[in-house]
Design a protein around this ligand. Structure first.
Ligand code: MN
Length: 306
């Protein structure tokens, strides 16, 4: 039993370069690198995309992870080196499994709503599956749990018997929860999982802790339920999973296990305009994103807590 609560403050980051859309990154954080196998969390918006370019992230590679794209408002067009071309809208999941290597782009489509808001998450693949063949899946029909004023859409894993069809490689859960103003609910949890919530809209008491948009609220493990009381109408992401026991090297868009593997992935991306394990993204109107220089020191595998 270690149901400690920590507020993991986010860092503002310009996505895809200096003039890119601002996102707030709460994973990895100063204190923690993972929650379950969730290893990366960017939240963005609401952004007025009639006054900016919106999301414009050119082709870039990934290894050793799954990307989870989820929208609250607006649209994103995904393209990848498998030939996938898939727009997503709120309530739908784009799940890309990088495995041994894939490249993709994400952009605000030409025809779009005025406002964009969402989250981009990564899930680390376990050592046994990190070299699987790359794959892409679009899930437009996810299970929705309704209990009084609470509505939970299950992206990954299971909540109270409602199971997502999305493929997971470790025991984990991801859900979007909305609550009517003033509503109260008790959400069943898996005691062996650690959990965190990221409030996107509104404000709520979560296990007795006041939560509002900004920090990731880390809730620890050992809980069999979570008491929720909404202030105004509220929306949050619930993330959880079995604590990820493997040490990781996370650098740029790669999740690996050692320095040399990251160097090899970086060199393969730098050297291949097309072909190689990262393939080629077709149809994106703009340049690919070059990898930054490697740090001077060797990358060291790190555990889940700093
Ligand atoms: Mn990406």
């Amino acid at each position: 039993m270690s149901a400690q609560v920590e507020l993991l403050e986010g860092t503002p980051v310009a996505l895809g370069g200096l003039r890119g859309m601002e996102v707030v990154r709460t994973l990895p954080s100063k204190q923690r690198r993972t929650v379950g196998a969730w290893c990366f969390l960017d939240a963005y918006g609401p952004h007025d995309v009639n006054r900016s370019a919106g999301m414009q992230v050119g082709p870039h590679p990934h290894t050793g992870l799954q990307t989870v794209s989820w929208l609250v408002q607006g649209e994103i067009l995904h393209r990848d080196s498998l030939g996938s071309r898939q727009e997503i809208r709120p309530g739908q999941l784009n799940l890309m499994t990088a495995g041994r290597g894939i490249s993709h782009s994400e952009e605000t489509p030409a025809v779009h709503s005025a406002v964009l808001q969402g989250v981009q998450l990564w899930v680390a693949l376990p050592g046994s599956d990190r070299d699987v063949a790359p794959a892409f899946a679009h899930h437009a029909d996810l299970p929705v749990l309704i209990d009084g004023g609470l509505t939970a859409t299950v992206l990954m894993g299971e909540v109270a018997g409602a199971a997502s069809p999305a493929r997971c490689y470790t025991p984990l859960v991801g859900a979007e929860v909305t609550m009517a103003a003033g509503s109260v609910a008790l959400l069943p949890l898996e005691p062996s999982f650690e959990y965190a919530i990221l409030m996107l809209d509104g404000a709520a008491s979560v296990g007795g802790v006041p939560a509002s948009p900004g920090p990731l609220v880390y809730l620890g493990d050992g809980r069999s339920s979570l008491s929720l009381t909404a202030g105004p109408e509220s929306r949050f992401m619930l993330l959880g999973g079995e604590p990820f026991g493997e040490k990781l090297v996370m650098w740029w868009n790669f999740v690996g296990r050692d320095h040399d593997e990251i160097v090899a992935a970086r060199e393969e991306w730098a050297g291949t305009a097309a072909g190689g394990r990262f393939g080629e993204v077709r149809g994106y109107d703009g340049p690919s994103i070059p990898a930054p220089p490697m740090p001077i020191t060797r990358l060291v595998p790190r555990g889940r807590v700093r």
